[in-house]
Write a protein that binds this ligand. Sequence first.
Ligand SMILES: [Fe+2]
Ligand SMILES: [Fe+2]
Length: 448
Amino acid sequence: MRIFYFDPDDKRRQVQTVYLENILNEVEVEVASQLAGPLGALAKLEHHTPFDLVLVVAPPSIAVFELYQQTQQKGTRVAFILMSEHSLSTFAGMEGFQSQNPKNDYVQLPIAPTDFREIILKSLSPSYGQRVIPAFQKVRLIHFLRFSKALCNVYVKLSNHKYVKVINAGSTFDRHDIEKYREKKVSHLYIRNDDFERFQVTIHETPFLTFQSDKMSEADLQKCLGNTHAILKEMILEIGITREIADLAEKSVDEIVNLAYQQQDLAELLKNMQLRLDYIYDHSFLTSIVCCEILKHMHWNTEDKVKKLVMAAILHDIKISDPNICKIDSSLDTRLQSYSTQERKAFFAHPMETSLLITGVDFISPEVASIILQHHETPEGDGFPNGLHHSKLSLLSCIFIVAHAFVQKNLELDFDPDQQNKIFEELIKRFSLGSFKSVLDAFSNLRA
Ligand SMILES: [Fe+2]
Ligand SMILES: [Fe+2]
């Protein structure tokens, strides 16, 4: 499926190209911005296999008619869409071009993204009906549980072609309704493609969701945490983690949180992390479950080891408040360049600072402080803060580092069961030295 798209306006061309690529599967968009007259574009038309659609967004100063004539000479009835801020009558020779092919169209700009999509689809139907990308993108239900207001319309999917609006743009929603969907085994709600693009939604970020008020009551928070745990557990069970292990880890997390609340500094940091309920909390909770699963496969799941690793998982990034920097694992990651020197310094210091914060707290073992200090070290010794080689890392630290990497990769790939082999292959390559290898050998049983 090929579209030729001419538009001299750089900004608009970039945006519309993204829209075009999101309308159809396997679409190849050939863009042109400067016609050495439209002749440059014409040459392209002549030397390639035929286009299925020619889209021209232009002022009357461009020789659109020549371009149109050229497309028609190809003998195929290629659809031709002209879009402009000027009226059709200002384009010499183009009067009546719509009647020459029912798929041709003229559109007066400006145009909304949804209308743009409809016009393109109309011109390409019915031959491309099967390859149309759905007009909706899915968003995990968990995100809705954490907010109370949507800035765009939200839909529930009834079938491949039927979506029903359940939340109006700009309106608040009730968490009980979201919980009802969860009880009905609905895992995702949907928003339109153009809203998905407009708000730059990703697996982890949903800027179209916000709060009705910035205060969440204690009861609300507890309910929200309970639901968050339930959904995170559902996600991780889908990729083969044992339910008893997930329940055991959750119980241990609850006990540790209760203990941590008795220590003022920890209580404050923990509360902040819980209130934000973002990537930092999710990956900490999930890492605690995966640590327990690895312990089970290593036949080392004593109460003491479970408690130490769960405690490290919940507290390891407690001093970080930016969920994006938290996704960075290596000091060489280029994403660090977008942070100030001070922010980078704080990031590189967080293993040491957190470890110092918990040292001496009566219910926390020194081994937990050591795991936290070592959680960004690597088998090759190029991690931070101390660049320790694998032989200097404790076995508990190795388990933690592998569990953390596994969770990070799964959050990035939205816990896709089909990607698990690929994830394990990557982990096996990355953690092939010393104790890391024995951890991976045991954990790989999860794939069996
Ligand atoms: Fe982390
Ligand atoms: Fe960290």
